[in-house]
Ligand binder design. Structure first.
Ligand code: ZN
Length: 169
């Protein structure tokens, strides 16, 4: 039976409840988690960096702009509290994502294991539903990841990232 991918319409925003990041103190796999509402657009919520390897923690409360929303920037240089770019870092502390790897001359990255599994099920599917929701992860995947010629390399890269996670646990 051919593997089929059914649109689940998961979005990056919906997956941003947890980021696996590289700890700036000990280089282990650490986490940035949402303690309250995980939406990056909501203000007055807490985000926590926590590294179980070295015990480092840091909290950040997202302040509101004049409209009562979080100050979100779509540029990496802006001095805003929430930075939503396509860069492989978390949105609140701008720490590099733990799940990133070179692949086909590009960088493949995932926020967390659920995101990685979701991309894998999309890439390995031979049949995909048409017309995915335009904000979904699958509709926003870069073209190089969707090219048939890169498929095996992308799947190998995803497996390598999963291997790294298994090694540490
Ligand atoms: Zn650490």
């Amino acid at each position: 039976m051919k593997k089929t991918f059914l649109n689940k319409n998961k979005t990056l925003i919906g997956l941003g409840y947890e980021f696996l990041v590289i700890c700036p103190h000990c280089s282990s796999c650490a986490k940035v988690i949402a303690l309250d509402d995980p939406s990056p657009y909501v203000a007055n919520v807490r985000r926590r960096f926590v590294c179980t390897a070295c015990g480092a923690t840091k909290d950040k409360v997202i302040k509101a702009n004049g409209y009562g929303q979080a100050r979100v920037s779509y540029e990496s240089k802006a001095n805003y509290e929430v930075i939503l770019t396509g860069d492989p870092c978390d949105w609140y502390f701008q720490l590099p994502l733990y799940l990133q790897i070179e692949c086909s001359g590009n960088t493949l990255w995932a926020l967390n294991l659920e995101h990685l599994n979701y991309m894998e099920s999309y890439i390995e599917a031979e049949i995909r539903e048409s017309h995915p929701y335009y904000l979904s992860v699958e509709s926003r995947l870069p073209k190089w990841m969707k090219l048939a010629k890169n498929r095996n390399e992308v799947l190998r890269a995803i497996q390598k990232l999963k291997g790294r996670l298994n090694e540490k646990s």
